[in-house]
Design a protein around this ligand. Structure first.
Ligand code: 4NP
Length: 162
C-alpha cells in the first residue's frame, strides 16, 4: 500500500501529515508494510525542508520531519501510489487536472478519506500562527490514527497483502 499526501507547497500540511502517518504506522503492526510520501501541486519550495514552524510543531509532538524535502506532484505519481490524498479542494482540483482519467478514482480529499467529515479540508497555516500549525497537527494526527486503524482492519481481512 502506497499513500501520497498532497498540499500546495509541500512544506507545511503534507509533510506534517506524512510525519504523523509515518509515526503512527511505525508504532503499529503495519510497520514496513505501508509507504508514505508527500508532494506539492506548486514548485516554489522544491528541494526545501518543511517550514520551520511545521518542523517545530511536529517535534513538539515527538515526530521528526526535518529530513523531508519538498517535491512537486508528478503525473507518474498516479501510477505508483494507490491513493493521492489532497489537503484541500484547490489541491484536489489541481491534482485532478494532472491525473490520468483512469486514476481519478484514486484521488481524494485526505480528511474525509481518512474517515473525517465530508468535505473537510486541512486549512493552510502558511500565513497563520503557531496555533494554526497546532490545529493542522491535531487534524492530521487524528486522521493518521484512523487510517492506521482502517488499514489494520483491511490487513486482517486480507485486503492489503503482507
Ligand atoms: P502547504 O503551505 O501547502 O501546506 O505546504 C503553503 C506553503 C507555501 C505556500 C503556500 C502554502 N506559498 O505560497 O509559498
Amino acid at each position: 500500500m502506497k499513500l501520497l499526501v498532497v498540499c500546495l507547497g509541500n512544506i507545511c500540511r503534507s509533510p506534517m501529515a506524512e510525519g504523523a502517518l509515518r509515526a503512527r504506522l511505525a508504532a503499529s503492526p503495519l510497520a514496513g508494510r505501508v509507504q508514505v510520501d508527500s508532494a506539492g501541486t506548486g514548485d516554489w519550495h522544491v528541494g526545501q525542508p518543511p517550514d520551520p514552524r511545521a518542523i517545530a510543531c511536529a517535534a513538539g509532538h515527538g515526530v521528526d520531519i526535518a529530513g523531508l524535502r519538498a517535491r512537486q506532484l508528478q503525473r507518474a505519481d498516479f501510477d505508483s501510489f494507490d491513493w493521492v490524498l489532497c489537503a484541500d479542494d484547490a489541491n484536489l482540483r489541481d491534482a485532478a487536472r494532472w491525473a490520468p482519467a483512469a486514476r481519478r478514482e484514486r484521488l481524494a480529499l485526505y480528511l474525509p478519506w481518512a474517515g473525517g467529515p465530508a468535505g473537510q479540508a486541512i486549512p493552510d497555516p502558511y500565513t497563520g500562527s503557531r496555533a494554526d500549525f497546532e490545529h493542522v497537527w491535531a487534524l492530521v494526527d487524528a486522521a493518521a490514527g484512523r487510517v492506521v486503524a482502517r488499514l489494520l482492519h483491511d490487513a486482517d481481512s486480507g485486503i492489503i497483502g503482507p
